[in-house]
Design a protein around this ligand. Structure first.
Ligand SMILES: Nc1ncnc2c1ncn2[C@@H]1O[C@H](COP(=O)(O)OP(=O)(O)OP(=O)(O)O)[C@@H](O)[C@H]1O
Length: 244
């Protein structure tokens, strides 16, 4: 479980998050919805301990990570798989090498186990036949599936997605959302999805939080968004546009 408790975060003088509290339970998919630049990626960075809040605390499975030093954060980060918006694949490595990289470099697992875990992810992500290709030879949707496979390879409890369908065509988007749902159900994973695409929230998230002008203005079951009377939520439900 991840909990943000009364988080305030500033970049310079600009207050990005104002007293934000959020909980992400295991075994559920929670979307964090908000317009571009509102601070969604910042929330993911806080969860990973990549940045520290000005005030408030972040708990991961009950441990307050805000006061932890960098080496103490490594085991915490390993509980969470991160899928970056741009995938962050290594361009000069094959798909198999990308998948196995952190197992070899960080965990120093025996080669046989690396190969076994890579093969498992290749199969799960539907990438059979592409093991030796470079990322540039794959479609956007396939690259996203490699990034998901790489995040899963540590067998995390929770997986964090930054705009998982941004830039993908509708068919690839649907496939990625289906993959996220399948892995959450088959592995009992918790998932956090930050997005500005409201249709994705309704198609996949059990719970949703809406971030607007630095504050959480909604945090409940996704379907309850329809009952919200907040003007911003009413406008995104009618226009489906999150730019302001
Ligand atoms: N290191 C930084 N220093 C200063 N400002 C930053 C920094 N990182 C992000 N910002 C600013 O903070 C705001 C929130 O950024 P963040 O990336 O969290 O937004 P976002 O909701 O994920 O938006 P997007 O979907 O466009 O990435 C933005 O205005 C951004 O320009």
């Amino acid at each position: 479980m991840i909990e943000l408790r009364n988080i305030t975060l500033k970049y310079g003088e600009r207050e990005i998050l104002k007293n934000v509290s959020l909980t992400i339970k295991d075994n559920t998919i929670k979307a964090i919805l908000g317009p571009s630049g509102v601070g969604k990626s910042t929330i993911l960075k806080l969860m990973l301990g990549l940045i520290k809040p000005n005030s408030g605390q972040v708990f991961v499975d009950g441990t307050d990570i805000t006061s932890l030093k960098e080496p103490e954060l490594y085991p915490i980060r390993r509980k969470m798989g991160m899928v970056f918006q741009g995938n962050a694949l290594f361009d000069s490595m094959s798909i198999s090498e990308n998948l196995g990289f952190f197992l070899r470099e960080n965990l120093k697992l025996p080669e046989a186990e690396v190969q076994e875990r890579v093969a498992e992810q290749i199969k799960f992500s539907g990438l059979e036949g592409y093991e030796d290709q470079l990322p540039e030879n794959l479609s956007g949707g396939m690259r996203k599936r490699v990034a998901i496979g790489r995040a899963l390879i540590f067998k995390p409890h929770m997986i964090l997605f930054d705009e998982p369908t941004a830039g993908l065509d509708p068919v690839s988007s649907k496939r990625i959302l289906h993959l996220i749902r399948t892995l959450q159900q088959s592995s009992n994973l918790g998932a956090v999805i930050v997005t500005h695409i409201i249709d994705d929230v309704f198609s996949i998230a059990d719970h949703a939080a809406v971030l607007y002008q630095g504050e959480i203005i909604f945090d409940d079951e996704t379907e309850k968004l329809h009952q919200s009377e907040h003007p911003f939520i009413r406008s995104i439900l009618s226009d489906k546009i999150l730019e302001l």
